[in-house]
Design a protein around this ligand. Structure first.
Ligand code: DGL
Length: 283
């Protein structure tokens, strides 16, 4: 048993796709979430910048005493997982391998579509994991850089002409390639599940990277006897920009009112205070 919270981070709202599944599977766990809303999107940035941001995100989360950190971000998982795991003494878990494994097992035709940020697609990380599990699979990959800003702006609903146009533009080649499985390789994309699902059709299986990552976390904590045991876990959300938009969209997506649990933090100040041993306001 381990009563310490699980840390989860993303560049913004996307990691909530992992949080939703974590809350469903492990309702007794406390969760500390960080969304770097002041610097989103990460996916169009260089490897060096993504690593720098990810290190700061982890350093902020580690101002809490955590049992594990979930990188609920495809971009950081494809770019910095090994490095972060090496640098930190607690388990650091990513979302790429669980999602790739799920896709490799789900496909019947062997034609898998993969969408993600530019950094994730550039890394080739999903393809490598899929090939290990299913060497016969063919992966059709497409970067979708406009999806994250649209999701962060709440443009996620069917009937929204902007998101429907962008979805059609990005996904037409994958639809024409006849994929039977589509990896939503960025944790923001499951917020577009309805629009993407409607465009691809019911015969295409969508793989939710955030949810697959959360299932792997549940397996790991169970296997290592590190689950919490309390009546009901809590969740706290920290963001690096204003609270309002995040709280509103998180409330819709998580289907519970989180407004009172969201707090804005100055990342660098919190990290510095912690290093100086000053008890920061966020803790
Ligand atoms: N949710 C992040 C991911 O999974 C979005 C990255 C971004 O900010 O571009 O890749």
């Amino acid at each position: 048993m381990d009563q310490k919270p699980i840390g989860v981070f993303d560049s913004g709202l996307g990691g909530l796709t992992a949080v939703r599944e974590l809350k469903r599977l492990l309702p007794k766990e406390d969760i500390v979430y960080f969304g770097d809303t002041g610097r989103v999107p990460y996916g169009s940035r260089s490897k060096e910048t993504i690593i720098k941001y990810a290190r700061q995100d982890v350093a902020f989360l580690r101002t809490f005493d955590l049992k594990a950190i979930v990188i609920a971000c495809g971009t950081v998982s494809t770019t910095a997982l090994d490095l972060l795991a090496e640098e930190n003494p607690i388990p650091i878990l990513g979302v790429v391998e669980p999602a790739a494994m799920a896709a490799a097992r789900a496909t019947r035709s062997g034609a898998i579509g993969l969408i993600g940020t530019q950094a994730s697609i550039r890394s080739g990380a999903y393809e490598r994991c899929i090939a290990r599990e299913n060497p016969a699979a063919r992966v059709f990959a497409k970067a979708c850089p406009l999806f994250v800003p649209l999701v962060e702006n709440g443009r996620v609903h069917r009937g929204d002409i902007v998101i429907e146009t962008v979805v059609a533009e990005y996904l037409t080649p994958l639809k024409e390639a006849g994929v039977d499985t589509l990896v939503l390789g960025c944790t923001h994309y499951p917020l577009l599940e309805e629009v993407i699902g409607a465009f691809m059709g019911p015969e295409v299986r969508l793989i939710n990277t955030g949810a697959e990552g959360a299932r792997e976390v549940a397996r790991r904590l169970t296997d290592t006897d590190a689950l919490a045991n309390r009546a009901q876990g809590t969740a706290r959300y920290f963001v690096s920009d204003t609270v309002d938009d995040f709280a509103r969209l998180a409330t819709i997506f998580l289907r519970e009112d989180v407004a009172g649990q969201v707090q804005q933090v100055d990342l660098e100040k919190e990290i510095l205070n912690h290093r100086l041993g000053i008890c920061n306001q966020a803790v």
